[in-house]
Design a protein around this ligand. Structure first.
Ligand code: PEP
Ligand code: MN
Length: 348
């Protein structure tokens, strides 16, 4: 839909619009109002170049598109009929809980093995553990490839699928060879189209899934869904969208909690939404409320940092990891809320 700056366009201007859209196999249908005329684009309007050219015209205010820019992740795509399974959980049926340490300590791998067992007992369905870490400070601990063995050891011992972040093609290769079932693309790399392509290519046709965090630099939600589309476009639609807080606007929380985008994502895409309340709020004391809020907003799952002894952890663990005891209590409440929201309300 083309919205002109003035109430009506001149015949020459309409001819120019028509010439552009015709090049892309579309036509113009004016919708004449008493005060203003707007111009519908009839045909496949998803041509970015066509829209850019129309928006570049001095008499065009803006161009609104009705068709979704993402063909596979759109709610109306055939892929909406599929169901993603992570370990024993079918997304959409049961609340998925991914839990584990922010960072695996290569010098003290026993903590991770204990954490994995403890989060399993607390009710988690998959274990997360950071092997390679994206750190703001170049002198901070960057992770250690050796920890991949610890992660997979914990996965074997607990029988739970492993989740870890990958930041480059080499990580993707090593993680897949080791048997990592869920690759995390972190907030810093969610706009790294080259990595999105590499991951999509590497997991095409495999059962591997991707936990795609939302970048704090993403604007409209379509940008987030389009990042998932990159992966799906290579033939693997097993993408979970993970809101994890956006640019901080409150002095108190590490980031600005964004679990409230869950229903908005669900209106546009069929993808499961797995919220990360840990990075949203950045402090263990606030995580349970943020996690329950995410469930209330309709999240299909939660990704929560947990450590058997947070004060002995690395990276985010000392500040934001829940002890397995607090995690267990939270999982009971989160499951109850998830179930309650699916029960029809009794109205007398
Ligand atoms: C993490 O999961 O530990 C992490 C670094 O997350 P994010 O990319 O959301 O900051
Ligand atoms: Mn972390």
């Amino acid at each position: 839909m083309i919205l002109p700056k003035n109430n009506r366009l001149s015949p020459e201007e309409v001819a120019e619009l028509t010439a552009i859209v015709t090049e892309f196999g579309c036509r113009i249908q004016p919708i004449v109002g008493d005060i203003r005329t707007i111009y519908a684009i009839v045909g496949d309007e998803r041509h970015e170049l066509m829209i850019n050219r129309l928006e570049g015209l001095p008499y065009v205010d803006r161009v609104d598109t009705i068709q979704s820019p993402f063909k596979l992740m759109d709610r109306r795509s055939d892929l909406a009929n599929g169901r993603l399974k992570i370990g024993a959980v079918t997304l959409g049926e049961e609340l998925l809980v991914i839990a584990g340490q922010c960072t695996i300590d290569p010098k003290n791998p026993h903590y991770f093995l204990e954490t994995a067992q403890a989060v399993k007992e607390a009710g988690a369905h998959a274990i997360r553990g950071g092997v390679w870490k994206p750190r703001t400070n170049p002198y901070a601990f960057q992770g250690d490839a050796k920890s991949l063995e610890t992660l997979m050891d914990a996965s074997r011992r607990t029988g739970l699928p492993a989740v870890t972040e990958v930041m480059e093609a080499e990580h993707v290769k090593l993680a897949l060879e080791a048997g990592v079932q869920v690759l995390q693309i972190g907030a810093r790399n969610a706009l790294n189209y080259s990595l999105l392509r590499q991951v999509g290519h590497a997991i095409a046709g495999r059962p591997t899934a991707v936990l795609l965090k939302r970048s704090i630099h993403m604007g409209p939600l379509n940008e987030f869904i389009s990042a998932a589309e990159y992966i799906a476009a290579f033939g693997n639609p097993n993408v979970m969208l993970c809101p994890r807080g956006t640019t901080p606007t409150l002095d108190g929380y590490r980031n600005h909690p964004d679990e409230s985008i869950t229903p908005l994502l669900k209106e546009r895409t069929w993808a499961a939404v797995v919220v990360d309340p840990s990075h949203s709020v950045g402090k263990a004391a606030y995580v349970p409320a943020a996690a329950l809020a995410a469930v209330a907003y309709g999240a299909d799952g939660l990704c929560i940092e947990s450590h058997v002894s947070p004060s002995h952890g690395l990276g985010d663990d000392p500040k934001q990891s829940l002890t397995p005891k607090v995690l267990a209590e939270l999982i009971i409440r989160a499951r109850a809320l998830h179930a309650a929201l699916r029960c029809p309300a009794a109205v007398s």
